[in-house]
Design a protein around this ligand. Sequence first.
Ligand code: UGA
Length: 436
Amino acid sequence: MHVAMIGTGYVGLVSGACFSEFGANVVCVDKDEKKIEMLENGVMPIYEPGLDDLVENNVKGGRLTFTTDLASAVKDASAVFIAVGTPTRRGDGHADLSYVYAAAKEIAENMNGYTVVITKSTVPVGTGDEVERIIRETRPDAEFDVVSNPEFLREGSAIADFMHPDRVVLGTASERAQKVMKDLYRPLSLIETPILFTSRTSSELIKYAGNTFLATKITFINEIADLCEKVGADVHHVAKGIGLDGRIGKKFLHAGPGYGGSCFPKDTLALVHTARDNGAPLRIVEAVVDINDKRKKSMANRIINACGGSVIDKTVAVLGVTFKPNTDDMRDAPSLDIIPALIDSGASVRAFDPEGMDEAKDMLPGVDWCEDAYSTMQDADVLVIITEWNAFRGLDLERVKGLLKQPLMVDLRNIYEPSEMAAQGFVYHCIGRQEV
Ligand code: UGA
């Protein structure tokens, strides 16, 4: 099957490479010439573990190509995915769909024979109807169907998520389109992945409801962690104790500095707006958005308090700035709230991140970027862990103590054991666990 993937951002590139691994002939299209040139030279524009090998193998196998020429890619394709960006529109918090609609128009102008047009970008309820209307208006003669097929990929484990998903959701009532989609996902049916056909509207809502539920779960455990601190309970034990109940589930119950990334902040906000616009406000989600924003902002105070109430003329060593490990993505990362607040409060900040520093440099002016974890700590007054990269989980604590001015650590990801840190002589502050 010939597939055109419009947009080589995170979702488009990973999905395109994975479909080619499934055996489809995939052309990935982007307007950004520099990006296409990089990809043609085997250079990945994003950091995602395993993606470079996957792309290389499929390019070599002749199943994956890159182009800026949308017309030629669409002409031969029986399935065309729209995977362009849907940023939050400035001013009103709605998703900006101008790229999606522009792609729909261009696809319509170039499609040839029966074509299934699939929205993979995260798009609000009703977008599929508008895409269909645009295509119909542009090409009244065309034979096509518009399908919603949301992605559930996590950055850092996107390839595994694509190859072994919990489910595939396909929103379409058309049997002809269902057949094309079944063919495309056949390798997943063979491993008995649940493939759920729904209406297009339900499929669009599933994506937002899923992300919003996960963001709510995280926010819930974050507030429980705050309560644990007040009453002397341990959020790890509470999370385990509730998570073992199959109805609750143990995933996404790690307390931390608040969720970030390119999806949860944007999608929760977009759903809040959709719900208000439709007269069915989601009050729980509105609270989640507000609590999470405030939480990220409040984290700097935790660090300042751990330093005795002031960081004036103090050096703060920060490990990890990306919104989560195994990505170079800085979008809505808690570090973007925490580090500027520390600098504004008079601290000097030294920082290290295994993959995110190039991306972070412009976003975090005034930071002294270091070469590795240990050089970051040299003569610092406090060590702060913002992102839980594996490389930070097994630090040589004796060495850390020798480098810091005092054995003080603020761990916003709970990657160390309070009792062990105390035994090692650290003053250790974490989230929702007994501080020693
Ligand atoms: C999220 C969803 O997990 C994916 O299923 C979805 O496809 C994707 O959004 C998307 O819509 O494209 P992602 O943003 O890559 O994936 O990252 P997550 O692993 O979900 O983490 C999001 C944020 O929540 C991070 O800041 C992370 O640190 C935080 N988090 C996650 C917690 O604070 N605690 C947890 O227990 C889990």
